[in-house]
Design a protein around this ligand. Structure first.
Ligand code: NDP
Ligand code: 8X3
Length: 251
């Protein structure tokens, strides 16, 4: 039977590539993000392969999260797979220079946003005693690096929530797992450096970073395992990366 996947942060990077691969593999897709023009364009592209529904909301807005998810039409309302992917870093500064709005954004989006979306979808998974939640963490959720402070804290929280969800949802047969990527070339660094494209491009100079499709492929692999197999926690790095700040660059 055709499964339905809801992907947050589907307008760019890892989320977009995940929506693309799942659509081509017969999943019905609910695309989420704030940028409506991109949602419309991706809906058009993926409609060639599958049924697509779009939801435009900010994961920070509790009311909008619940209203949007409650508005999902019947044909998409049974969500089999939730990809908690929306998130970003904002700034890269020592803690003493950190910007309070950046801190709010990272905690509100990466942690509270993930919680709101999960809270809106988990009850139906519990009722059906089935479902699969993939939380996109980060290498920043496994280690801390200089100036990464609040972003690392937000991704450590995702790591903790991933473990907690797996425990709490275990009695209901719901699979929960996290994927923790290292450097993936997306709009991530452009957002982190507030549109400074030169600084963003430099992050990926001198080595081959992961591409969003690499992570999307792995997500597809994870969700297509037989039911008795739950890939609980997976760190995926570019070959050139040994730790968050240890990179073999050919420059
Ligand atoms: P992108 O910036 O390319 O994509 C981020 C996505 O999140 C966009 O679709 C954006 O959509 C969505 N998003 C951001 N803020 C909000 C919000 N307030 N409400 C709703 N949606 C939001 O980055 P990536 O694809 O790289 O990031 C995806 C995930 O992967 C993030 O959780 C990130 O932390 C994680 N990650 C990324 C790594 C990397 O090196 N790139 C490495 C490890 C983890 P829109 O702006 O339209 O709302
Ligand atoms: C994104 C990877 O190393 O910039 O989560 O934190 S890193």
């Amino acid at each position: 039977m055709t499964k339905t996947a809801l992907v947050t942060g589907a307008t760019s990077g890892i989320g977009k590539a995940t929506a693309q691969i799942l659509a081509k593999n017969n999943y019905k897709i609910i695309l989420c993000g704030r940028r409506e023009d991109r949602l419309v364009a991706l809906e058009k592209e993926l409609s060639e392969f599958t049924e697509v529904h779009t939801l435009s909301f900010d994961v920070r807005d509790k009311k909008a999260v619940f209203e949007s998810i409650n508005s999902i039409p019947e044909a998409f309302s049974k969500i089999d797979v939730l990809i908690n992917n929306a998130g970003n870093a904002h700034g890269l500064d020592p803690i003493q220079n950190g910007d309070l709005d950046d801190w709010d954004a990272m905690i509100d989006i990466n942690v509270k946003g993930l919680l709101y979306v999960s809270k809106a979808i988990i009850p139906q998974m519990i009722e059906r005693k089935s479902g699969h939640i993939i939380n996109i963490g980060s290498i920043a959720g496994k280690e801390v690096y200089p100036n990464g402070n609040v972003y690392c804290a937000s991704k450590h929280a995702v790591d903790a929530l991933n473990q907690a969800m797996r425990m709490d949802l275990n009695p209901y047969g719901i699979r929960v797992g996290a994927i923790h990527p290292g450097a993936v070339e997306t709009e991530f660094s452009e957002v982190r450096f507030k549109g400074d494209t030169d600084r963003a491009t430099n992050v990926y100079k001198g080595f081959e970073p992961l591409h969003p499709e690499d992570i999307a492929d792995i997500i597809h692999f994870v969700v297509s395992r037989p039911y008795h197999v739950n890939i609980a926690d997976l760190m995926v790095l570019p070959t050139a990366q040994a730790a968050a700040t240890i990179l073999k660059r050919d420059i």
